[in-house]
Design a binder for this molecule. Structure first.
Ligand code: SF4
Length: 255
């Protein structure tokens, strides 16, 4: 017992100070991509060919769809001009699907839920997580938020077992045909007003499984999404940042 107390005292306070203090991200962390279309030679499309999820297009200038991106950096490796690079900016969550398509670095970040929703859910948000055919990476990075290192409940956000006790669903996975009915049933069991959060490239667009006959390409078109959190999987910091923006605990809007 004494040894346990000694170890605990030695460990000290382990919960991140976010959002007041930023945790140190590892050097290899890949955050928001930055595009520099001015570097693209005419007619070049090596990044488009390299991308495994068709996340890049050059229609109307170089564009990258964060909702499809796996952050694999194949495009960075392919580009001889260095037109794409990945920054350490963890702020990626948006309120609208269209905002995930970025051009020369601009990104409209997630906004607070409506006043009416905020009055009801802003101080005590309960979520039911639905793994709709994911590889579990997004689920693991979401569940990390419940550990002492992140202590999600200090913000009034908790995951609950029953959708009847929830205010919304947090969905991961490309929505396999087998999980379609379960996802709809879970959503219907959540009392109104209810919210939907799509976490990860699979839940947003189908990710690497897009257009497979066994998946429905994510929640888009199935449920009305209030928060998109891109990544493969998104870092816990990205998920937490999105959740805090949704409940109005983080206000600033980066461009
Ligand atoms: S990092 Fe994203 S945009 Fe670049 S090749 Fe990989 S999936 Fe495509």
């Amino acid at each position: 017992m004494l040894q346990i107390l000694k170890t605990r005292l030695h460990q000290g306070h382990r919960t991140t100070g976010f959002p007041v203090q930023l945790p140190v991200l590892p050097e290899r962390y890949r955050g928001r991509p930055q595009l520099d279309a001015a570097k693209c030679p005419d007619g070049c499309g090596v990044c488009i060919e390299a991308c495994p999820t068709q996340a890049i297009s050059t229609d109307g200038g170089l564009k990258l769809d964060l909702g499809k991106c796996l952050f694999c950096t194949a495009c960075v490796d392919a580009c001889p001009e260095g037109a794409i690079r990945y920054t350490q900016d963890y702020r990626l969550a948006t309120s609208r699907r269209t905002d995930l398509v970025i051009g020369n670095g601009e990104l409209r970040l997630a906004q607070r839920m409506s006043d009416e929703l905020h009055r009801i859910l802003g101080r005590a948000l309960r979520l039911r997580e639905v793994c709709a055919g994911s590889c579990n990476a997004c689920d693991l990075d979401t569940n990390v938020l419940n550990t002492v290192g992140w202590d999600l409940s200090r913000f009034g956000i908790q995951f609950v077992a029953s959708p009847r006790h929830a205010d919304g669903v947090l969905v991961t996975g490309a929505v396999s045909r087998n999980m379609h009915a379960a996802l709809l049933g879970t959503y219907e069991a959540v009392p109104k007003p209810r919210i939907v959060i799509a976490v990860g490239a699979c839940a947003i667009s189908g990710g690497p499984f897009r257009d497979s006959p066994d998946v429905l390409n994510g929640v888009e078109g199935i449920l009305p999404v209030d928060l998109y959190v891109p990544g493969c999987p998104p870092h816990p910091l990205t998920i937490l940042d999105g959740l805090l923006r949704l409940i109005g605990r983080i206000h600033e809007h980066a461009t």
